[in-house]
Design a protein around this ligand. Structure first.
Ligand SMILES: NC(=O)c1ccc[n+]([C@@H]2O[C@H](COP(=O)([O-])OP(=O)(O)OC[C@H]3O[C@@H](n4cnc5c(N)ncnc54)[C@H](OP(=O)(O)O)[C@@H]3O)[C@@H](O)[C@H]2O)c1
Length: 355
C-alpha cells in the first residue's frame, strides 16, 4: 500500500518581539527571527509562495503600536509574523487564478521565506513592466511610485508653463526621489530636495536631475531655501513635517500647494496624524491661501493600474531614474527597517530574501 508523504519545510520568519512604546524609536530587537516548520498541504484556494523581496515602510512604525492611530492600519501582534509589502513567486498552487511560476505581490506579505497564502489576496505582476527588476514593484513601480505620482497630480496643481518651483522633503527616499522627478517631468522649472546627507544631495542633483539639494543636518535650511528658490516655493511635497516643513511653508508663495504625504519626523511621538501645526504656520497658510490637503494613496485605487503602467514606461525610458538600497536576508528585516527610519537608505529600502 502506498502511503501519502507529508512534505515538511523549514522556513524562517520574523515576529514582533516587543513594542517600542508610543514615544520610542524602533530598534532591531523589537523583531525576532524564528524557524518554523511549514507543511505545505494546500487547501483549495491556497498557494505556496517563495518570497523574493520584502519592503520596509514608514507606516509600519504605527503598526508596532498597540493602537495604530489609523483605522486602515491593523497593529502587528506580539509573537506573530509581521507583514507588509512583498513580491514572490508561486511554487505550487490550488488556486485557479495562480499558476506555478507566477510573480505575485501583496500589501500583507508575511515576513517569511516561504508561506502558504490565500491566492485571492495576491495580485499578479508582469515582470516585463520592470524589465525583470522585480524589486521595482515595491518602489518606483509600486506603492511609493504611485504615492509620488498621484500625490503630485491630485494635490500638487503642477501646471506646464506656470514656471513653478517645487520643494520635496525626504527627497532621497522612495517617494521623494520619484516625486521630485515627476515634478520636473510635469513642468516645474525648479525642483529642490531636502535630505539628510551630502551623499544623498549629490545623488539628487547629479543622478536624478534636481536643481539643488539641501542637507538639513548640516545646512541652514531657511537660508539655503532662499538661495535655491529665488522665486519662492509654489509646490511642497511634504514627507517629513516638523521644523523642516515649517521652514518651507514660511517661504511659500501665495496660492501655493502643500502635498501632505507624510510626517516621518513625528512618527516616534505620541501625536495624532497629521500632527498639529503651530498657530504661526496655520496663519501663514491662511493668509497666503495655501492648500494643505492630506493625501492617501489608498484612496486612489481606481487609478492604480494606469499610473503603474505610466511609471513603468518612464522608468524604462530612463526619464525616471530609480535608486534602491538593497539588504540581503530575512534576518536583516529589523535592521533594515530601523535603518530606513533613520535615513540609512538612498531610494527605496529593499530586502532581498531569495533569488
Ligand atoms: N500618504 C501616503 O499614501 C503615503 C504612502 C507612502 C509613504 N508615505 C509617507 O511618505 C514618507 C516617505 O516614505 P518612504 O516610504 O518614501 O520612506 P523613505 O523616504 O524611503 O525613508 C524614510 C526617510 O525619512 C527620512 N527621515 C527619517 N527621520 C527623519 C526626520 N526626523 N526628519 C527628516 N527626515 C527624516 C530619512 O531620510 P533623511 O536621510 O533625508 O533623513 C529616511 O531615509 C513617509 O512620511 C511616509 O509615511 C505616505
Amino acid at each position: 500500500m502506498k502511503r501519502s508523504q507529508t512534505v515538511r519545510m523549514q522556513v524562517q520568519r520574523v515576529v514582533l518581539n516587543s513594542r517600542p512604546g508610543k514615544n520610542g524609536a524602533p530598534v532591531p530587537e523589537h523583531f525576532r527571527l524564528e524557524q518554523v516548520t511549514l507543511t505545505p498541504d494546500l487547501k483549495d484556494g491556497e498557494v505556496l509562495v517563495r518570497t523574493l523581496y520584502l519592503s520596509v515602510d514608514p507606516y509600519m512604525r504605527c503598526r508596532m503600536n498597540e493602537d495604530t492611530g489609523a483605522e486602515y492600519l491593523t497593529p502587528w501582534q506580539l509573537s506573530e509574523c509581521v507583514d507588509g509589502g512583498g513580491v514572490g513567486v508561486v511554487e505550487s498552487s490550488r488556486c485557479s487564478s495562480c499558476i506555478v511560476g507566477d510573480v505575485v505581490t501583496s500589501f500583507n506579505w508575511p515576513w517569511q521565506t516561504c508561506a502558504v497564502i490565500t491566492g485571492s489576496g495576491l495580485q499578479k505582476l508582469d515582470p516585463q513592466l520592470v524589465d525583470g527588476h522585480l524589486s521595482y514593484f515595491l518602489g518606483a513601480v509600486g506603492m511609493p511610485g504611485l504615492t509620488a505620482m498621484l500625490g503630485v497630480r491630485e494635490k500638487g496643481h503642477v501646471t506646464k508653463g506656470a514656471k513653478q518651483t517645487m520643494v520635496v522633503s525626504g527627497a532621497a527616499g522612495a517617494c521623494g526621489s520619484i516625486a521630485g522627478q515627476i515634478g520636473r517631468l510635469e513642468g516645474c522649472v525648479r525642483v529642490v530636495g531636502i535630505c539628510g546627507s551630502d551623499e544623498k544631495c549629490k545623488a539628487l542633483v547629479e543622478d536624478l536631475g534636481f536643481s539643488a539639494a539641501i542637507n538639513y543636518r548640516h545646512e541652514d535650511v531657511p537660508a539655503r531655501l532662499k538661495e535655491s528658490c529665488p522665486d519662492g516655493i509654489d509646490v511642497y511635497f511634504d514627507n517629513v513635517g516638523g521644523a523642516i516643513s515649517d521652514s518651507v511653508i514660511a517661504q511659500m508663495n501665495k496660492g501655493g500647494h502643500v502635498i501632505l504625504c507624510g510626517q516621518i519626523s513625528q512618527y516616534n511621538k505620541d501625536v495624532p496624524y497629521p500632527p498639529p501645526l503651530s498657530e504661526e504656520i496655520q496663519e501663514n497658510l491662511r493668509s497666503k491661501n495655501i492648500t494643505r490637503e492630506r493625501f492617501m494613496v489608498l484612496n486612489y485605487m481606481d487609478k492604480t493600474d494606469a499610473a503603474l503602467w505610466e511609471l513603468s514606461q518612464w522608468v524604462k525610458s530612463a526619464q525616471i531614474k530609480v535608486l534602491e538600497t538593497v539588504v540581503n536576508g530575512i534576518e536583516n528585516m529589523g535592521v533594515a527597517f530601523c535603518s530606513m527610519m533613520t535615513g540609512g537608505n538612498i531610494g527605496k529600502q529593499i530586502i532581498k530574501i531569495s533569488e
